[in-house]
Design a protein around this ligand. Structure first.
Ligand code: PGA
Length: 254
């Protein structure tokens, strides 16, 4: 696992965007796994800048998002469909048919979950999966106790997650109770994982995910099983870590 600690949120975001841009330049048909939440916003801003100023081309890129609330209309401003179009897709030249976000309004959600996994496979799997981390250690909406082998499915949101996300809704009663999320097993099949974290409220979760034991109680600790993970964080999220980490990705000098 590569762990990189940056001074600022902007530097964290730039490094994540550079990783994604390098993949797209090398592989124009890249399959990206994308995340919502406040953490990746800076990364998306930088990708939009690269598209506008440097011609980063998304015309063949395929995306799969991690999760979505159940029962929120796609045009609700708290749905993850809305979030992705507002904060990334409408600013770049992605083809709408290449965008995949779990359907929280499907008539048969369980079937839609199975179809989602099949679609990922049909595209040859995800090349880079971007991840945030919940203050309770969740990745995507895999709350503590999620099976480390789980697949895309319906989950009940943790009360802590509902409280964390209540800031975006009129009241906590408006936060959906259920979601559809890729499973931890699904996430671990991506070619590379990039986990981002900023802010002191993530320091405990980061410590547990990066240095703690592997445990379903801290779903993000499952990244320790993956052979190609980069954790990029801003220094406030790193304050509880005990080992020393670099401020730049490691370069082999043979
Ligand atoms: P945040 O959420 O980026 O809004 O902190 C991260 C998460 O819950 O996975």
């Amino acid at each position: 696992m590569e762990v990189v600690v940056k001074e600022t949120y902007e530097e964290m975001s730039r490094l994540a965007a550079q990783n994604i841009a390098e993949l797209i330049r090398r592989r124009p048909r890249a399959v990206l796994g994308l995340a919502t939440g406040s953490t990746p916003l800076g990364t998306y801003k930088e990708l939009i800048r690269m598209h506008k100023e440097e011609g980063l081309d998304f015309s063949q890129v395929v995306t799969f998002n991690l999760d979505e609330y159940v029962g929120l209309p796609e045009d609700n401003d708290q749905s993850y469909h809305y979030f992705m179009w507002e904060n990334l897709f409408k600013h770049i030249n992605i083809v709408p048919a290449n965008v995949h976000i779990p359907d929280g309004n499907a008539l048969d959600i369980e079937e839609a979950c199975v179809d989602y996994e099949v679609e990922i496979d049909d595209h040859g799997g995800i090349d880079i999966q971007l991840l945030g981390i919940g203050s309770n250690g969740h990745i995507a909406f895999n709350e503590p106790g999620s099976s480390l082998g789980s697949r895309t499915r319906i989950k009940t949101l943790d009360e802590r997650t509902r409280k964390d996300n209540a800031r975006f809704f009129p009241s906590i009663n408006d936060v959906p109770k259920y979601c559809v999320t890729m499973g931890i097993g699904t996430i671990l099949e991506a070619g590379k994982l990039i986990l981002l974290a900023n802010g002191a409220n993530k320091a405990d979760a980061i410590k547990a995910a990066v240095e703690g034991p592997l445990s379903a109680s801290v779903p993000a600790s499952a990244i320790q099983l993956h052979p190609d993970v980069t954790v990029i964080m801003e220094k406030a999220a790193a304050t509880k870590l005990e080992r020393e980490y670099l401020s730049e990705p490691h370069k082999l000098e043979l």
